[in-house]
Design a protein around this ligand. Structure first.
Ligand code: PLP
Length: 408
C-alpha cells in the first residue's frame, strides 16, 4: 500500500518536474498571499485607469509627474528619431553612445561628485557596485531594512556581513568599533538606504557618517527614494544633510522621481574606472536605449528649472500625512512623501487596500514577506501631481473604509 502510494507520487513527479510550482501557488493561496497583478490601462497620472476602473493612485513612485512631462516625452521621441530604438550592445563593446556619456557628465555635476556611471536600473547598480567595494576579507555593515537589491548585492560578495537593527546608531557604532579593533586594515563598508521605502523614514546620515569616519569605513548610500525628492533640486540625502565630500558612494535611481528607468553610482573617478572594468551588469548587459538616456537628461533640466514641483510634492505630503493622522491612523515613522498606514495583520492590510480600490483609491497592501506580518500596512505615496481635491477625496475614502474595518 505504502509502496504503491510512494511510487505513484514518484510517477507524478516524473511526469511533471515543475509540480512544485503548483504546490507553491497552493501555499500562497492558503495563506491569503496570492496576488494578481493590477494592470494600468492609461498614462500614469494621479488619476489613472487600473483594471478598468478610474482611480486616484497613491501607489506610484512618479513623485514629480515626470514620466508624462512634455519635456521628457519630446526628448525621448527626438532620440528615437535621431538614434533609433535600441543601443545595440553592452557599454564595453558598441553600446556607449554620446547620450550615455552626456547623461553621466550631467549627473556628476548635479551630484557634485567627480564621476557617475549609469546602470540599467537601481537594482543592477547595487548588485554591480557592492561586490566591487567589498572584496573577500572585507566587512559589510548594513541596516536591517535595506532594499532587496542591496541584500542581493551583499549576497554576491564573499565579505563578512553584520546587519544592525534598523536605524540603531548605538548598534552601528558598536559593530564598527568591534570590527576595527580586531583588525586595523580591514575594508569596512557601511550601507544604508537614504529613504526607507516601506516606512518613509530618512537615514540618520550625519550620525552614520560620524561613526564611519571614526573607523575609516566607506559610506555607501542608496538614494532611490530620495533622488528628485530630498535636497536642493532633488540632489538627494547627502545634499539634504549637507554632507558633500563625506559620503563616498551614492547610488541613485532614474526610475522613480526621475520618471524613466535606470540606476547610477556617483563617486570618485577611480570608482567609475574600476566599475567600467569589473561591474558585471555593466559588462554583460546591454545599455539603455537612447530614448531613456535622453529623457533622463531632460528630467535633470526639469529638476533644475522647475523647483516648484518638489515644493508641491512636499506640500501635498504634509497635507496628506496630517490628514491621516487627524483621522487617527498610525503613520509609523514616516518623514517623507511615503506614508504607511499601519494596520497590523496582513489580511487586514489587503482588505483595506481592496476596499479603498472599490472606493476609487489605489494604495497597495503590503504584508509578509516584504514587512513582518504584524507590521502589515497600506503604503501611500503622494506626488506633486495630486490636487488638493484628489488628496481630500482619498482622505474621505480612508475615513469611510477605516471606520468600516474598525481601524479607526
Ligand atoms: C526601488 C529601489 C531600488 C531599485 O531601483 P530600480 O531603478 O527600480 O531598479 C533600489 N534601491 C532602493 C532603496 C529602492 O527603493
Amino acid at each position: 500500500m505504502t509502496d504503491t502510494t510512494a511510487s505513484t507520487a514518484i510517477d507524478a513527479r516524473a511526469r511533471n518536474p515543475l509540480a512544485f510550482l503548483d504546490a507553491s501557488l497552493d501555499e500562497l493561496r492558503a495563506k491569503g498571499l496570492y496576488r494578481r497583478l493590477r494592470v494600468v490601462e492609461s498614462e500614469q497620472k494621479s488619476r489613472c485607469v487600473i483594471d478598468g476602473r478610474e482611480v486616484i493612485t497613491l501607489s506610484s513612485n512618479n513623485y514629480l509627474g515626470l514620466n508624462t512631462h512634455p519635456r521628457l516625452r519630446t526628448a525621448a521621441i527626438d532620440a528615437v528619431e535621431r538614434f533609433g530604438a535600441g543601443s545595440g550592445a553592452v557599454r564595453t563593446i558598441a553600446g556607449t553612445m554620446t547620450l550615455h556619456e552626456e547623461l553621466e557628465a550631467r549627473l556628476a555635476t548635479f551630484k557634485h561628485t567627480e564621476a557617475v556611471l549609469t546602470f540599467q536600473s537601481g537594482f543592477t547598480a547595487n548588485t554591480g557596485v557592492i561586490p566591487i567595494l567589498a572584496p573577500e576579507g572585507a566587512v559589510i555593515v548594513s541596516d536591517a531594512l535595506n532594499h532587496a537589491s542591496i541584500i542581493d548585492g551583499i549576497r554576491l560578495t564573499k565579505a563578512e556581513r553584520r546587519i544592525f537593527p534598523h536605524a540603531d546608531m548605538d548598534a552601528l557604532r558598536t559593530a564598527l568599533r568591534e570590527v576595527r579593533k580586531a583588525d586595523a586594515d580591514r575594508t569596512i563598508l557601511v550601507i544604508t538606504d537614504g529613504v526607507f521605502s516601506m516606512d518613509g523614514d530618512i537615514a540618520r546620515l550625519p550620525e552614520i557618517v560620524e561613526a564611519a569616519e571614526e573607523v575609516e569605513a566607506i559610506v555607501y548610500i542608496d538614494d532611490a527614494h530620495a533622488s528628485g525628492v530630498l535636497g536642493r533640486n532633488g540632489r538627494g540625502t547627502v545634499d539634504h544633510f549637507n554632507l558633500h565630500g563625506r559620503v563616498h558612494v551614492q547610488v541613485g535611481t532614474l526610475s522613480k522621481a526621475i520618471g524613466v528607468l535606470g540606476g547610477y553610482v556617483a563617486g570618485p573617478a577611480s570608482l567609475r574606472q574600476v566599475l567600467e572594468h569589473q561591474a558585471r551588469p555593466f559588462l554583460f548587459s546591454t545599455s539603455h536605449p537612447p530614448a531613456v538616456a535622453a529623457a533622463c537628461l531632460a528630467a535633470i533640466d526639469v529638476l533644475e528649472t522647475e523647483p516648484e514641483l518638489i515644493e508641491r510634492l512636499w506640500d501635498n505630503a504634509r497635507h496628506f500625512k496630517a490628514g491621516l493622522q487627524r483621522l487617527g491612523f498610525d503613520t509609523g515613522s514616516s518623514e517623507t512623501p511615503i506614508t504607511p498606514v499601519m494596520v497590523g495583520a496582513g489580511a487586514l492590510a489587503h482588505r483595506l487596500s481592496d476596499r479603498l480600490f472599490e472606493e476609487g483609491v489605489f494604495a497597495m497592501g503590503i504584508g509578509f514577506p516584504t514587512v513582518p506580518e504584524e507590521k502589515s500596512r497600506v503604503r501611500t505615496i503622494v506626488t506633486a501631481e495630486h490636487t488638493r481635491e484628489e488628496l481630500d477625496a482619498c482622505l474621505d475614502a480612508f475615513e469611510r473604509v477605516g471606520r468600516e474595518l474598525a481601524i479607526v
